[in-house]
Design a protein around this ligand. Structure first.
Ligand SMILES: [Zn+2]
Ligand SMILES: [Zn+2]
Length: 278
């Protein structure tokens, strides 16, 4: 119980720090406009926090996911680089290699999440009509499990342990909050090195030319390498969200993939029945 209270206190403090940091960044970017939260934005922010705790994997559940996944990796006997492989490698370089391997894997997992049968689970993250720093918290537990598995498998293979994996997950999580923030920054000469808020906003854009673009989480050069890089300029005014949008209804968001899969199965049945009678 004490552990649970401590965990909730840490999460509450984290939200306060994130709020202060991202409001300051927005102030630098947009001036006093940064302090104006429309009713839609407030509703979206509340939904995203609730989604993290009800429909996603919060810190405690994440811990309960990562630890069993690491055990599963070792129980199955998947390969692990020997510890001696890192003996002469500085820690920063080791962390950079781990982030590169993670992001390369995540690039392909993200492309996979955009294909027909997995899209309903990932669409929950894309459903936010008011993209802002808390939008990263809007993710369905199915998708969050896939992301956690990607982090665990790519890092365990390199010989990383639980503490190192949590360190990477924390770094990656902070960067994800940043790329969803309401900032129109493109990182100038570093725009092909590290994903910017502008680049990721185009990934969420409800604009046909931007569909299935900018899959990389951290390193945009993966998008350049695989032909999915797209940044025509300012993204702050582009609409975001999805077509059949459950908007800010938490229950509808949690049920969304199951409803969509039901609809897709019914459609598949209808098409094959029509083909049989033809
Ligand atoms: Zn996506
Ligand atoms: Zn996103």
């Amino acid at each position: 119980m004490d552990g649970m209270m401590a965990s909730l206190a840490i999460e509450a403090a984290t939200y306060v720090v994130l709020m202060v940091v991202f409001t300051l960044l927005a102030f630098v970017s947009r001036g006093r406009d940064a302090f104006k939260w429309s009713p839609e934005l407030r509703q979206s922010a509340l939904t995203n926090v609730l989604m993290l705790h009800i429909g996603g994997l919060n810190g405690v559940l994440y811990l309960l996911t990562i630890v069993p996944l690491i055990s599963l990796y070792h129980t199955v006997g998947l390969p692990v680089l020997p510890e001696t492989a890192w003996t002469h490698v500085p820690f920063v370089l080791k962390a950079l290699v781990a982030l590169l391997v993670y992001d390369f894997s995540m690039y392909w997992v993200h492309r996979w999440l955009h294909t027909s049968w997995l899209w309903p689970a990932h669409a929950v993250h894309h459903s936010d009509p008011e993209l802002h720093f808390l939008s990263w918290s809007r993710g369905h537990f199915i998708e969050q499990f896939v992301i956690a598995a990607c982090m665990v498998f790519s890092s365990t293979w390199l010989g990383f342990g639980i503490r190192e994996i949590f360190g990477l997950a924390l770094l990656q999580g902070l960067h994800q909050h940043y790329v969803h923030a309401r900032l129109d920054w493109n990182h100038g000469f570093l725009r092909h090195v590290i994903v910017s808020p502008q680049l990721h906003r185009w990934h969420h854009a409800e604009v046909e030319a931007a569909y299935d673009k900018n899959f990389a989480s951290i390193f945009p050069f993966f998008d350049l390498m695989f032909g999915t890089y797209y940044n025509p300029g300012s993204a702050i005014a582009v609409p975001t969200g999805i077509g059949n949008n459950p908007d800010n209804n938490v229950i509808a968001l949690i049920l969304h993939p199951f409803r969509e899969w039901g609809r897709m199965l019914a459609e598949r049945k209808r098409v094959s029945a029509a083909a049989e009678t033809a």
